[in-house]
Write a protein that binds this ligand. Structure first.
Ligand code: NAD
Ligand code: DAU
Length: 333
């Protein structure tokens, strides 16, 4: 089988490609990625010479280019996106362009050539939960509240609209907060790890009582594999990590694992519109696909910290250039 993976040079896409080449060595993968600030071919160094792997630089909004690649593939696995909520608050434009219009371009190509697409989405499309609310599942109404989640919600709606209107072969997964190696240091966990490695404080937004559900990135990659093997066309699957934790508790665990104390915490101005709680009920994926997450959060976090310690040069390279400007704007220099 020939897979076209979009956004494969990013955090989750690169793990997915490595995972897939190992699990399905007979398949061929083309990785289509624009190499934005978040895309990094170093993430795939270990597979770059695999004869079944090919990288193509390009934009998912570039229609002719996308049509040529989709024509040649059996299956599109669509990760490419602008993915960081704080950046969407500073400027939503790139989010609308890539996440909405880019997805539409892929859908047009999938429709034209009768190919299957799996759309990788997020739990943020469902909005925010109160402490007493049940976790999100596939029947939760959409209520996106940041420019990022609104753009992802729009893309999910488009994927479903193309299924209902044109009969394209599609599946969607909505997943919670991923963590692991190769995660760009703008996101909370890698940012906090890299700050602590440099002896800096960690900027906790607001009161730190916002709750996220953490899933190891390889559990996510395996979940997508299960959807591709066993999922029904036209269906959505929620994937979660079974690790609902308040940011402050995650921070305290991190401090303990990195031999730091709470004086390293700095409470800073809250994110505008900060969603209070996300949680995922993944019963459908468990009952219909036989998938459930395997990694325990603290074990995965230890592994992640070790990776960042051993790959400080990777972190430094991510932080040079454009990121430095963003960091100074967001946190002060
Ligand atoms: P990321 O920001 O690390 O990577 C995104 C990749 O997309 C980068 O390699 C970038 O170069 C590429 N890209 C961006 N715009 C492009 C364009 N116009 N054309 C081609 N490539 C382009 O993101 P991630 O965290 O790996 O997330 C991947 C997907 O998973 C996204 O769709 C995101 O919404 C979704 N998701 C992420 C999480 C999470 O916790 N990170 C959770 C659930 C769902
Ligand atoms: O829920 C899935 C989503 O998880 C994905 O769709 C997004 O692509 C991904 O970026 C992630 O979004 P979050 O906004 O939850 O991730 P982030 O790492 O930015 O923030 C996690 C929590 O930590 C959130 O409540 C905000 C808080 N935070 C974040 C940063 C960057 C801080 O307290 N301080 C920080 O400096």
């Amino acid at each position: 089988m020939k897979l076209l993976v979009t956004g494969g040079a990013g955090f989750i896409g690169s793990h997915f490609i490595r995972y897939w080449l190992k699990r399905h060595p007979e398949d061929e993968i083309t990785n289509l990625d624009l190499l934005t600030y978040a895309g990094n071919l170093e993430n795939l160094k270990d597979v770059q010479d695999n004869k079944n792997y090919k990288f193509v630089k390009g934009d998912i909004c570039d229609r002719d280019f996308v049509f040529d690649l989709v024509r040649d593939a059996d299956l599109v696995v669509h990760f490419a996106a602008e993915s960081h909520v704080d950046r969407s608050i500073i400027d939503p434009s790139a989010f609308i362009r890539t996440n909405v219009l880019g997805t539409q371009t892929l859908l047009d190509a999938v429709k034209e050539f009768g190919k299957r697409i799996h759309h990788v989405s997020t739990d943020e499309v469902f909005g925010a939960l109160k402490p007493e609310d049940p976790a999100f599942d596939e029947n939760t109404p959409y209520d996106p509240r940041s420019p990022y989640s609104a753009s992802k919600a729009a893309s999910d709606h488009l994927v479903r609209a193309y299924y209902h209107t044109y009969g394209i072969k599609m599946t969607i997964s909505n997943c919670s907060n991923n963590y692991g190696s190769y995660m760009f240091p703008e996101k909370m966990l890698p940012l906090f790890i890299s700050n602590l490695m440099e002896g800096k404080k960690v900027p906790v937004y607001g009161d730190g009582q916002q709750v996220r559900d953490w899933i190891h990135v390889l559990d996510h990659a395996r979940g997508i594999d299960f959807v591709l093997q066993k999922g029904k066309i036209g269906e959505t699957y929620c994937l979660g990590g079974n690790s609902e934790l308040a940011n402050l508790d995650v921070t305290k665990t991190l401090l303990k694992l990195m031999d730091k104390d709470e004086s390293s915490i700095e409470f800073v101005k809250d994110r505008p519109g900060h969603d209070r709680r996300y949680a995922i009920d993944f019963s459908k994926a468990k009952n219909e696909l036989g998938w459930e997450p395997e990694m325990k959060f603290e074990d995965g976090l230890k592994e992640m910290i070790d990776w960042y310690k051993q790959n400080q040069d990777w972190v430094e390279r991510c932080k040079s250039g454009e990121y430095q400007k963003y960091y100074n704007k967001q946190y002060g220099s």
